[in-house]
Ligand binder design. Structure first.
Ligand SMILES: CC(C)(COP(=O)(O)OP(=O)(O)OC[C@H]1O[C@@H](n2cnc3c(N)ncnc32)[C@H](O)[C@@H]1OP(=O)(O)O)[C@@H](O)C(=O)NCCC(=O)NCCS
Length: 197
């Protein structure tokens, strides 16, 4: 968390009923259900799945921790909602540079290949780069995660390198790919939110 950092966006509206909004304690049950429905799909790539299933109390407590971190200028974790249904999660993380944000995402197993991750990442990129102190955003994923690579590639991020990383999830090779989008490139391009798939 950074003391002087601006508060990150807590609500970003997309087209066709797509909404990214910060998780609140009232979402605990719906979030737990979305993770439970998707656990086999998430486990290979998301290290935190080893802590599932979480009790409703633990999940509420985690969401409250996320809220405290966000309100102090730290990371924001948002649900991806489609017509009010939880279809995934995403976030902006302050772990790459003082003027950079890393985007993360996952999609409910029943809603994949509909460009939801691409649209969510587009919305987050646009919102993040609208912040005065942010000059770039990055997407990092394990080299073996071919599905995840499709998102930055589709959005025109530049692959800036690969590096050794501690494997965090069962299918990780421990080779991280890093993709980047700079503010000036994004603004010059003035792309539009990708259409629903
Ligand atoms: C990775 C993930 C978020 C993709 O979500 P999604 O909403 O299905 O992705 P999109 O529909 O926006 O796909 C965008 C592009 O990525 C590529 N892609 C997505 N899923 C793919 C798959 N299973 N295999 C190969 N390419 C894939 C394609 O190029 C796709 O474009 P296309 O459908 O027009 O061909 C989803 O599979 C997921 O939740 N995986 C588990 C969690 C995870 O890996 N999170 C990322 C950790 S870094």
């Amino acid at each position: 968390m950074q003391r002087d950092a601006a508060i990150l966006p807590e609500r970003v509206e997309g087209a066709d009923g797509l909404l990214l909004r910060r998780w609140t304690a009232e979402d605990a049950e719906a979030l737990g259900q979305a993770i439970a429905d998707s656990v086999d799909h998430l486990r290979p790539w998301m290290g935190w799945v080893c802590e599932e299933p979480a009790s409703i109390e633990d999940r509420r407590a985690r969401i409250e921790e996320w809220e405290r971190a966000w309100s102090g200028g730290g990371d924001v974790l948002l649900g991806i909602f489609l017509a009010e249904r939880v279809v995934g999660g995403c976030g902006l993380h302050r772990r790459i540079a003082p003027d950079g944000l890393e985007i993360g995402y996952w999609v409910h197993s029943g809603f994949t290949r509909r460009r939801l991750a691409t649209r969510a990442a587009w919305l987050l990129t646009d919102a993040a780069l609208a912040q005065a102190q942010i000059s770039h955003v990055e997407i990092h994923h394990d080299k073996a995660n071919v599905a995840s690579a499709g998102i930055p590639r589709k959005l025109g991020f530049q692959l800036i390198g690969e590096g050794r990383d501690q494997p965090e999830a069962p299918s990780d090779l421990g080779i991280e790919w890093r993709w980047r989008m700079d503010k000036h490139t994004w603004q010059a391009r003035a792309s539009r939110e990708p259409a629903a798939g």
